[in-house]
Design a protein around this ligand. Structure first.
Ligand SMILES: [Zn+2]
Length: 260
């Protein structure tokens, strides 16, 4: 594999384990969800997010995704409840998407691929640093939200409008006063399981909360996301699309539902 991982045939998901052996581990993400096999767990609590819009800092194009970064030096933007044993701090969110509207999500639901998947990454401050949390099975909590094509979502447009400032790899711009809970669907029902980051090094430290209800965005909004480049300003242009990892083996793990 080339020095840097990616999503192309020479450095894509089939090659990641060469540099990151855990990518073939027993708790990898994403997975396929088969809803008829998923049991409701009545012990699962509702979850809540209280985000401080002032903790949003920057938006960045790292050539693999666009990411919004938050100040996580103290308890400002927090996720609580659900399957979590304590509060988790929001660190960043980012997206995965396809080359067209008919695929792009990482998790699939009964064979359905959504157009994109939003990941809000939180860490457990009982481990003191993000780096330490990455080494713990319950170190990270990711809220995953599917993006489905339909009506335009106004709140999502705020993010899309900022993409013009980070068109190419390596660009970063201020992105402040944004509360990502404005993107959440009305229904808080979720599936949960233990898994990993879907990008190298694919650490197995994640409590997943996958929301059952997708958020709806327009086809034009998806097209705007695909207008980013995986290449730097001074390089031949390569569109940033297809940044999703396919489903990984479940290996006996159990997915639980918060709802009947
Ligand atoms: Zn992700």
């Amino acid at each position: 594999m080339a020095k840097e991982w990616g999503y192309a045939s020479h450095n894509g998901p089939e090659h990641w384990h060469e540099l990151y052996p855990i990518a073939k581990g027993d708790n990898q993400s994403p997975i396929e969800l088969h809803t008829k096999d998923i049991k409701h767990d009545p012990s699962l609590q509702p979850w809540s997010a209280s985000y401080d819009p002032g903790s949003a800092k920057t938006i960045l194009n790292n050539g693999k995704t666009c990411r919004v970064v938050f100040d996580d030096t103290y308890d400002r933007s927090m996720l609580r409840g659900g399957p979590l044993s304590g509060p988790y701090r929001l660190r960043q969110f980012h997206l995965h998407w396809g080359s067209s509207d008919d695929h792009g999500s990482e998790h699939t639901v009964d064979g359905v691929k959504y157009a994109a998947e939003l990941h809000l990454v939180h860490w457990n401050p009982k481990y003191n640093t993000f780096g330490e949390a990455l080494k713990q099975p319950d170190g990270i909590a990711v809220v995953g939200i599917f993006l489905k094509i339909g009506r335009e979502k106004g709140e999502f447009q705020i993010l899309l409008d900022a993409l013009d400032k980070v068109k190419t790899k390596g660009k970063e711009a201020p992105f402040t006063h944004f509360d990502p809970s404005c993107l959440f669907p009305a229904c808080r029902d979720y599936w949960t399981y233990h898994g990993s980051f879907t990008t190298p090094p694919c650490e197995e430290c994640i409590v997943w909360l996958l929301l059952k209800e997708p958020m709806t965005v327009s086809s034009d909004q998806m097209a705007k996301l695909r207008s980013l480049f995986a290449s730097a300003e001074n390089e031949p242009p390569v569109p940033l699309v297809g940044n999703w990892r396919p489903p990984q083996p479940v290996k006996g793990r159990v997915v639980r539902a918060s709802f009947k």
